[in-house]
Write a protein that binds this ligand. Structure first.
Ligand SMILES: NC(=O)c1ccc[n+]([C@@H]2O[C@H](COP(=O)([O-])OP(=O)(O)OC[C@H]3O[C@@H](n4cnc5c(N)ncnc54)[C@H](OP(=O)(O)O)[C@@H]3O)[C@@H](O)[C@H]2O)c1
Length: 356
């Protein structure tokens, strides 16, 4: 047997980075060194990876020496600068930012749909899709294989942690400030008046006791970047360049767990029984669907879970080729860290086999 590969978590201090540390700890035996990297602000911090205490190193070209696989959990602009540096040193990079996802020479991988794509990476870079798209893919891939997916209309209900540690802390701070305010939310402008303008960041408006129909930055014609990602990244991962997608992304006052209402249309009529049979057998999908007993997917029940949960499955009354369903996934797990770990597993096996 060859040496064990060395792995880095780049952005180890962030909300995704903290889940990465937990998941790497659970498979610690697969790896040689585990290196933790973040900004110069965090250099010298001591963080846990299971029982091990590891000092955080500041990002720089030298920190990638000796690393085989690096998980990048950084903002887009920081990934844009440092991913090519690591890749040029022969590191296989799995990047969770949006920067490289639509590059034709960068595979966008979700193992339930296109595991083989991880093995063809001309730039040494693999991209992880955005959390909203990843929550959908296992269900869509299974249904597409059997019934031929033609189009989908999606409405998301996205958690505050999708905006990183800043988003999560902002939601908690807003909730704290509103606690004790009697009947707040029942008078025009009362939530804004209590919170003040400081609490508009980072969502652009208060999130506590509210929903905000804007996730990501504004793009042409009134779309947001998140809505375009759902369309473009789903097409790329599923290998369906002509898939018709309509998407509206909404932020809700939930800590962790992205939910989505999906109306999906197929080549042929699909019954609920057929859909259930396919989804019960699908990898990465848990069918949680007993509405009469109040059993359906919800974000509070998705936290920390590996798979994606699907429920409220119905055949559309007026569209026999269409299904309605509700999908929930932990945005920090399948939506980010877990998917990256699963992709790294494919690469680790490939690199270990090459050593043998
Ligand atoms: N949150 C989600 O649900 C989710 C889901 C899918 C994908 N993603 C993507 O995953 C990435 C990380 O997201 P997150 O939610 O974990 O963000 P986060 O909580 O804000 O963490 C950001 C991380 O990046 C590091 N960082 C920031 N500026 C840096 C710089 N100039 N040099 C080196 N390190 C720097 C931070 O280190 P310091 O602590 O030292 O500043 C921190 O470790 C983003 O690309 C995001 O789009 C997030």
């Amino acid at each position: 047997m060859g040496r064990k590969l060395n792995v880095a978590i780049v952005g180890a201090t962030g909300v995704v980075g903290s889940i990465m540390r937990r998941l790497i700890a659970a498979e610690r035996g697969n790896w040689g060194e585990v290196r933790l990297i973040a900004s110069a602000r965090s250099a010298g911090k001591l963080l846990q990876v299971g029982d091990e205490t590891i000092e955080v190193q500041a990002i720089g070209a030298d920190v990638f020496d000796g690393i085989d696989i690096a998980h990048f959990d950084l903002p887009d602009d920081v990934s844009a600068e440092w991913v090519p540096v690591a890749a040029a040193k022969g590191v296989v990079v799995i990047d969770k930012s949006g920067y490289f996802r639509m590059d034709p020479d960068v595979p966008l991988v979700c193992r339930e749909a296109n595991a083989e794509a991880a093995l063809h990476r001309p730039k040494g870079i693999i991209a992880n899709a955005n959390c909203t798209t990843l929550a959908l893919i296992p269900t869509l891939a299974a249904l597409d294989e059997h019934f031929g997916l033609v189009s989908m209309s999606v409405a998301s209900y996205q958690a505050a942690s999708g905006s990183g540690k800043e988003g999560l802390e902002a939601l908690y701070a807003q909730v704290q400030k509103l606690i004790g305010a009697d009947r707040v939310g029942t008078e025009t402008g009362d939530v804004r008046a209590i919170l003040g303008e400081d609490f508009n960041a980072p969502f652009g408006a208060p999130l506590a006791l509210n929903v905000v129909p804007k996730v990501g930055g504004w793009k042409d014609d009134g779309w947001t970047s998140e809505e375009l990602k759902v369309r473009n990244e789903s097409r790329k991962i599923l290998g369906l360049p002509d898939l018709k997608v309509a998407s509206t992304c909404v932020r809700v006052p939930v800590a962790v767990g992205h939910s989505q209402v999906v109306h999906a249309t197929f080549d042929r009529e699909v019954t609920v029984d057929e859909a259930r049979r396919v989804l019960n057998a699908a990898e990465g999908v848990d069918v949680v669907d007993d509405p009469a007993n109040m059993v359906f997917p919800m974000p509070i029940d998705s936290v920390g879970k590996g798979g994606t949960q699907v429920g409220r499955i119905r055949q559309s009354i007026d569209f026999p080729n269409s299904l309605e369903f509700f999908v929930v996934a932990d945005n920090l797990m399948k939506g980010a860290a877990l998917n990256s770990i699963e992709t790294a597993d494919l690469v680790r096996r490939e690199l270990e086999a090459a050593q043998a």
